[in-house]
Design a binder for this molecule. Sequence first.
Ligand SMILES: [Zn+2]
Length: 256
Amino acid sequence: MALQVADRWFEFERLSDDITRIWEPHVIRVMQCNIWHVRGRDRDLIVDTGMGIANLYEASKHLFDKALSAVATHTHLDHVGSLHEFEDRIVHPVEADTMTKPSENFSMLREEHSPEFIESLERAGYEVGPSYITALPRADFNLSEFSTPAAPATRLVTEGDVIDLGDRVFEVMHLPGHSPGSIGLWEQRTGILFSGDAIYDGPLLDEIPGSDIAVYCDTMRRLENLPARVVHAGHDPSFDAARLKELARAYLGKRA
Ligand SMILES: [Zn+2]
């Protein structure tokens, strides 16, 4: 399989004056995480950091002009790959251990993963091609060997903790189910929720190592009643309150 080298690895979409979505177009959908940059008065926020295949910090430098905190909504590979590039790293304590060591080797090639793993993604509704990436970040990128450096948390946050950007305040919601330490960031004043993989408008993964369907149902009951105006999720496009309710109810209808 001959993959071309990509012209650039990250795409940027400015959703408002202070919120930019960053993503990796050459990563297949199941691993293509939304990376959010939120501009604050005293401090900016990066919510999730993508695969770490290319340097997110360098590519996004034009957005950065002040102190920056990087939050991991949870520690799955596709959300924490570039976390080590940021000095200030915020994680929920339940998954903090994961970040104290380098990630295990992850192959980009389908044939090097167990059929069970691939089947579980396909059963959930994802298409997995021959490779997790559809272009190379650089000519010498090794498809069989990929790992990311340790990125130990510098701050641990749990339910009710606050991340203060000076003029905007995000409250941490613990939203386990997809993973035990999944968190969301809720801004009451604007009704904005950064939801990570707790909820997004695509096939949800709840049968992977660390996920728990009963616990996920409790999280969905909370989300169903959250007065959100807009949800910026870990994957797929953002959505509104009506869709949030619909997605939470659909999950509960299937799993509760
Ligand atoms: Zn995940």
